[in-house]
Design a protein around this ligand. Structure first.
Ligand SMILES: [Zn+2]
Length: 272
């Protein structure tokens, strides 16, 4: 039975590690009542926690809880609590909050166990309220045996949904996947845009280029050729028509010839 339970607890802590990112040494918030109970039963709380969680633990007690112990004047319990790390809760020492309210306030932060505390308390009401927060390992004393509760429904839900995410979205963690996806989207778009330009350019642009170039070149070529032709026409005129009548005619002929020949030559280039 003992071994079976130990294996169960180890498995559970693995879930807390993987799903809720618990790390050793586990921080265990112990309430004043549990300290007093263990003190009376001469049960070593720290050793019990180490054995139950099968890991390094850091027992902690809040200011309000130790204040309650001071009021009890149970010196043995106070001495035990003094060996624990004090958890500052920022409740005024002169006006402490009821211990369970205090523990709730440091464990439940926006319905999240932000600081990844394990909570050890015999108080059923406190455990009931902490079960609703995903990822709060709960420990209590059953007679003289320290027991860890099975995963709460809230914890199990988060755990299974994360496992599903791993199955559906690959083995990478969800968060890293999202982060990468965002980056990939940005870089991916630019890359795809570049790539799109790449493959489109060679084939369609080989045609388009000629059109565009021919369009661009047409102007240049036509201007060049009209100039040339003007010269030619001038030469022709000079050669053929020495009479100065045909300035207007010459210009008109030159432009017409230039356009026609320019297009023809550009098409010829495009075919090459
Ligand atoms: Zn407090």
């Amino acid at each position: 039975m003992r071994q079976k339970r130990a294996k169960q607890y180890r498995k559970q802590m693995l879930v807390y590690q993987h799903t809720f990112k618990f790390r050793e040494p586990y921080q265990v918030i112990v309430d004043d009542e549990l300290v007093m109970g263990c003190s009376k039963a001469s049960f070593d709380v720290a050793k019990g926690l180490t054995r139950t969680l099968q890991a390094e633990v850091k027992p902690m007690i809040t200011q309000c809880c130790i204040q309650k112990l001071y009021e009890s004047r149970d010196q043995h319990a106070i001495d035990i609590a003094k060996t624990f790390e004090r958890r500052r809760c920022n409740h005024p020492p002169k006006d402490p909050v009821p211990p369970h309210e205090c523990i709730k306030s440091i464990v439940n932060i926006n319905n999240e166990n932000k600081h990844r505390y394990v909570v050890a308390t015999d108080n059923e009401r406190l455990r009931y309220s902490l079960r609703k927060i995903p990822g709060v390992p709960l420990i209590y004393m059953n007679r003289s045996v320290m027991v860890m509760e099975p995963l709460s429904k809230a914890s199990a839900l988060v755990s299974t949904s994360k496992e599903k995410n791993k199955l559906t979205h690959g083995l990478n963690s969800v968060k890293s996947g999202v982060a990468n996806a965002e980056q990939d989207d940005e870089t991916g778009e630019t890359e795809t845009k570049k790539k799109r330009k790449g493959p489109k350019q060679p084939n369609p642009l080989s045609i388009k280029k000629k059109k565009v170039k021919s369009g661009e070149n047409e102007q240049q070529q036509t201007t060049e050729k009209t100039k040339k032709r003007r010269k030619r026409s001038h030469k022709k005129r000079e050669a053929g028509q020495d009479e100065g009548e045909g300035k207007g005619d010459g210009d008109g002929d030159g432009e017409g010839e230039g356009d026609g020949e320019g297009k023809g030559e550009s098409q010829g280039e495009s075919q090459d």
